[in-house]
Design a protein around this ligand. Sequence first.
Ligand SMILES: [Mn+2]
Length: 313
Amino acid sequence: MSKITLDQVADILKEHNNIRIICHRSPDGDTIGSAYALLFALRGMGKKCCVVCSDELPKKFVYITDNAEVQEFDVEFTIAVDVADRPLLGKVFDTVTPDLVIDHHISNTLYGKQTCIIDSASNCENIYNLIKIMNVEIDKHIADALYTGVATDTGCFMFSNVTSQTHIIAADLINKGADFAEINRVMFETKTVSRLKVERYAYDNIHIFADGKAAILCIPHSVCKEANAMPEDLEGINALTRKIEGVILGITVREQEDGSNRVSVRTHAPVDASAFCKNFGGGGHVRAGGCGFDCTIDEAKDLLMAKALDVLK
Ligand SMILES: [Mn+2]
């Protein structure tokens, strides 16, 4: 349960071999980039190492994952990267207590035996600094992995979490051979056909109300099923409603396979997304919140719209 520095992490890693690195469930570019960059670095130090995840790694990351051959060994040391809380380790690993957690979420619950938290835009920035301390040369594989995490966790350097340090690290990764143009194309431009189908439905069905201040999008499960959409195809879809000019309260309702509904709320000032969701037993942050409904999607829509009109009047 102790908190340690990156220098201490480097010292600890020197002492261990046969290392397993766990990504968080619903893996994204930052957890995958962190895990593989660390794997390449540790293997460069002559250690055996593997990356595991409770969920399958999305195919679009093959340019990272394909560079690591499978190694068989008995695990002696476990590291979690970019995993803020134990349940996020996912079904397969959420009973594991990692020996070490390296994370950038200040909300980290310190579930590991030792934890290094540094508040940066992406965990890949922390792994970059760790690899520097460990004196491992950053090759193209490491550069591609780290660049992926830095770019994805900052929305391609657009979010307010970006610092000058983010750009300095990204610049060095480009110098080390990171294929930034191709990575950005795959991460931010390319859409699966399934995603396109769900988006087409979304654009046709976003309902703008409350004098243009609110927008609601309800996606029935049948739409995702017909589009053959996997969870990764729906990433970021909850942000669509808030991108409309004038909308300060965006609501997305996604019907689940079991008929229940998951609601995601995105806001601009002065609407508090967390406060809005608390009306329905949910919560979250000021700009992003969530809640759930066991009623039908149409009933959920009515309840949410009524509350939205009330909040915005
Ligand atoms: Mn992250």
